[in-house]
Design a binder for this molecule. Structure first.
Ligand code: NDP
Ligand code: MG
Length: 394
C-alpha cells in the first residue's frame, strides 16, 4: 500500500487532495502518515479520522489540547507546533503534498527532499524564496519534485523530456483575476472583499488576492524559472480569461503543445498523485463546443506591476526571490489588515527589493535555510518600515 502525507490538509488544495484520496478508497487504498493544519482543529481531526492517519499536527501550539480532545478515542496521534510539522515531514512516506500557504511551507518541503522523497509541490513560495536550495537538495538526495501549480503541472505534461533543449519558450496563462476589466483609476480603491473573489478558480483567500494583483502570476514566472531552469526571455505570460488553456510549450520547429482542462485543481493534484500513470480522475471533461470560444490578451504591466518585478527578480538572482516572496507576504498581510491600499502592495515590494539590493551578499543565492529566513525577516521589516513612514491610509 502506498503511504502519503498532506501538509496543509485543511486548505483549499488540501481539501481537493483529501477528496481524491477518499474517492480512491481512503484508508483501504492509502496508508496516511501525516496530515497537518494551521488552526482548523475540527476539520483536521475529521480528515485524520477518515483517513486513519498515523499523526495529525496543528501548527498553532495553543491548539494541542483541542486537537487531542477532537481525536479522543481514535488511534491518531496528536501534535502541535512548527517543530512537530518539521518532524512529521521527516517521517517516510511515498508521496507528500506540500500545500501549506506561504513561507511556512518551505521547511517541510525541504525536509521531504532531504529524505529523498517524492514531493508534490503546490507551495510555489518555496521555489520562489529558495529555488536553488530546494532544487540542489533534491538532486543531491535523489528526490522527485512534481509540480502541482496548475500551469506548471501543465508545462510538465507538455514537456517532451527528450527534447527540452528544443524548447523555444513556454507560456503560462493568467485569468487576469478579479480586476482584469476594472478601469485603472478604480484599482486604488479596491477592497479586500472585492479582491477575494476569483472569476474562475475556487482557492484560498491569499492566492485569490494574489491573482487580482497578478502577484500570483509573478510568483509563477519565478517558479517556472527555478523549476524548469528557463531564463526570462523563454517564459511568457498570456492573459486568458476563460482559464481553459493552463500552459503551452513552443518548440524550435514551430509546434506549440498546449494543456487544456477545466479549472479544477483535482487534475493537477491527481496527476501528481498517480504520476507517471494517468488514472481516472473526478474532473469534468472539457466541452469546447459549449464554451464556443477562448480569448487571449497581452499582459498589461501598468495594471500589474508585479509582473515587471518578477522579471527583475529573475534578472537579479541571488537573494531577490527570498526578498520578493517575503515582502509580498508582508504587503498582502498589510492590505488584508487595512494598513495599505491594493495598489500599494507592488511599491512596498519594490522598496524591499531596493533595500535588499543594498545589503551585502544580495547577489548570492542563499545556500542554507537560515540564510533564506534571514532575508525573509529583513524584507518583512523593510515593508513594515516603508508603511510606518507613509502613515495609515485614510
Ligand atoms: P489555503 O489558505 O486554503 O490553505 C492553507 C493551508 O495552510 C491550510 O491548511 C492552513 O491551515 C495551513 N496553514 C496556514 N498557515 C500555516 C502556518 N503558518 N503553518 C502551517 N500551516 C499553515 O491555501 P491554498 O490551499 O489556496 O494554497 C496552498 C498552497 O498552494 C499555496 O502555496 C498556494 O500558492 C498554492 N496553490 C494553490 C492553488 C489553489 O487552487 N488554491 C493553486 C495553485 C497553487 P488552516 O486552514 O487549518 O489554518
Ligand atoms: Mg497557478
Amino acid at each position: 500500500m502506498r503511504s502519503v502525507s498532506v501538509f496543509g490538509a485543511t486548505g483549499s488544495v488540501g481539501e481537493s487532495a483529501f477528496d481524491l484520496l477518499m474517492r480512491a478508497g481512503g484508508s483501504e487504498a492509502y496508508h496516511t502518515v501525516a496530515l497537518t493544519g494551521g488552526r482548523n482543529v475540527a476539520r483536521l481531526a475529521e480528515m485524520a479520522r477518515a483517513l486513519r492517519a498515523k499523526i495529525a499536527v496543528i501548527s498553532d501550539e495553543a491548539l494541542l489540547g483541542a486537537l487531542r480532545d477532537a481525536l479522543a478515542g481514535s488511534d491518531v496521534q496528536a501534535a502541535a507546533g512548527e517543530s512537530a510539522i518539521d518532524e512529521a515531514a521527516q517521517r517516510p512516506s511515498d508521496w507528500t503534498l506540500s500545500a501549506i500557504v506561504g513561507s511556512a511551507g518551505l521547511t517541510p518541503g525541504l525536509r521531504v527532499v532531504q529524505r529523498g522523497g517524492t514531493l508534490a509541490l503546490a507551495n510555489k513560495e518555496s521555489l520562489v524564496a529558495a529555488g536553488p536550495l530546494l532544487m540542489a537538495q533534491s538532486r543531491r538526495h535523489g528526490a522527485t519534485i512534481l509540480p502541482v501549480d496548475s500551469e506548471h503541472s501543465a508545462l510538465f505534461q507538455c514537456l517532451d523530456q527528450d527534447n527540452v533543449d528544443r524548447v523555444e519558450h513556454v507560456t503560462i496563462t493568467a485569468s487576469g483575476g478579479a480586476f482584469r476589466d476594472w478601469p485603472l483609476d478604480r484599482l486604488h480603491s479596491a477592497t479586500v472583499e472585492q479582491a477575494s473573489s476569483h472569476p474562475n478558480w475556487a482557492m484560498g483567500q491569499r492566492i485569490t488576492i494574489d491573482s487580482a494583483s497578478m502577484f500570483n502570476k509573478a510568483l509563477e514566472v519565478i517558479e517556472a524559472h527555478e523549476f524548469f531552469a528557463l531564463d526570462n526571455d523563454r517564459i511568457r505570460v498570456l492573459v486568458h480569461p476563460e482559464s481553459i488553456i493552463h500552459a503551452m510549450v513552443t518548440y524550435a520547429d514551430g509546434a506549440t503543445l498546449a494543456h487544456l482542462g477545466p479549472p479544477d485543481m483535482r487534475h493537477a493534484i491527481g496527476y501528481a498523485l498517480h504520476w507517471p500513470d494517468r488514472a481516472p480522475l473526478p474532473v469534468a471533461p472539457l466541452d469546447l463546443a459549449a464554451l464556443g470560444q477562448l480569448t487571449f490578451r497581452a499582459p498589461d504591466e501598468v495594471r500589474w506591476p508585479a509582473l515587471r518585478l518578477a522579471r527583475e527578480v529573475i534578472a537579479q538572482g541571488g537573494a531577490a526571490g527570498a526578498v520578493f516572496n517575503a515582502a509580498k507576504e508582508q504587503a498582502l498581510d498589510d492590505f488584508i489588515a487595512g494598513r495599505i491600499r491594493f495598489t500599494d502592495m507592488a511599491p512596498a515590494v519594490e522598496h524591499a527589493l531596493d533595500r535588499g539590493a543594498g545589503r551585502p551578499h544580495f547577489g548570492t543565492s542563499p545556500a542554507e535555510l537560515d540564510a533564506v529566513l534571514a532575508w525573509d525577516q529583513a524584507a518583512r521589516r523593510d515593508v513594515a518600515a516603508w508603511i510606518a513612514e507613509r502613515g495609515q491610509v485614510e
